[in-house]
Structures are given as structure tokens and as C-alpha cells.
Write a protein that binds this ligand. Structure first.
Ligand SMILES: [Zn+2]
Length: 161
């Protein structure tokens, strides 16, 4: 196994501190691994500016790397291109749903190249689209709180852009 693949394998175990079932790779925030002579720089992109989870993720990356013998690891933020919910992989979306969080809709541009408005998130329990927004801020600032009007299930939705 080459070093880059080995590092990726180490990073597969690093998960989002808010959603421990999804890895930073599946979340799409792992951007680039740069190996220099005496150090390794890992670029991640914040899910939204000031997200407190980013510091924890940076810490977890260094810890996971150190456990596998990688020293001198630097974590840098890559702000451009900005992370959007479109960066979440299909596997990641499935995991979010199984975890009880409505995955963000993938936005597709229409024929004019414009993005359609997001529709109501569907309930992760019964798939009903008959849901309403309860609060813009759910259990963490990254999530909004919704409720299903059919089965009454309250659920979080990942809303960071
Ligand atoms: Zn429901």
C-alpha cells in the first residue's frame, strides 16, 4: 500500500463529532493530503464558518495519525471551493438517513442553470414529506429541527452550506 492510500485509510476512521456514524471523507470535508519531506498537511474544508466541530475534527485527525506513527501532521482549512451539502457522498447520505437525520437534497440546476428551491425535508422515519420546521437550530448549530406531521416524529436536518 502506498503512503497516500495508507493515510486515507487512517482518516476513514475519523468521524464527524456531531454525527459519529459518518466519516469526514463521506461528509466530503476531506479535501487533500499533501506529503512534504518532513510533514504531512491535511486539508479539510469547514462545513460552515465558525463551526465548532472543526477544531475537534482537526484534533481527531492528528490523534488518529499519531496513533499510526505519523508525526508532524498539520491540518489546514481549505475555504475555496466552499463545502456544500452536495459534497456529501451517497454512502454518507444513506448513513445520515439511517441515523435519523434527513439528508440534504442534492440540488440539481434546472434548464436555465438555476438551482431550484429546496423542498421540505422528508421524515427519516416514515418518509412523509408532510413536515414542518420547528426551529432553525436543532441539537447543534449545524442542524435545524423539524417535525413530521404524519407520524409526529421530531427530527434533525443537516443544513450547513
Ligand atoms: Zn414521519
Amino acid at each position: 500500500m502506498n503512503r497516500d492510500a495508507d493515510i486515507r485509510k487512517v482518516l476513514e476512521a475519523v468521524t464527524d463529532p456531531e454525527i459519529p456514524v459518518i466519516s469526514i471523507e463521506e461528509l466530503g470535508i476531506l479535501r487533500e493530503i499533501v506529503q512534504e519531506e518532513n510533514s504531512i498537511i491535511i486539508f479539510i474544508s469547514p462545513t460552515y464558518s465558525g463551526c465548532p466541530a472543526m477544531d475537534i475534527i482537526a484534533f481527531d485527525i492528528k490523534k488518529a495519525m499519531a496513533e499510526k506513527g505519523y508525526q508532524n501532521v498539520e491540518v489546514k482549512y481549505q475555504l475555496s471551493p466552499a463545502w456544500t451539502t452536495d459534497d456529501i457522498s451517497d454512502v454518507g447520505r444513506e448513513k445520515l438517513k439511517n441515523y435519523g437525520i434527513a439528508p440534504p437534497e442534492k440540488l440539481m440546476p434546472n434548464e436555465n442553470g438555476l438551482f431550484q428551491n429546496e423542498k421540505n425535508p422528508s421524515c427519516p422515519r416514515c418518509n412523509s414529506e408532510n413536515t414542518k420546521l420547528i426551529s432553525l437550530f436543532g441539537s447543534t448549530p449545524c442542524k435545524s429541527l423539524h417535525q413530521c406531521l404524519d407520524c409526529q416524529e421530531p427530527f434533525d436536518r443537516f443544513k450547513c452550506h
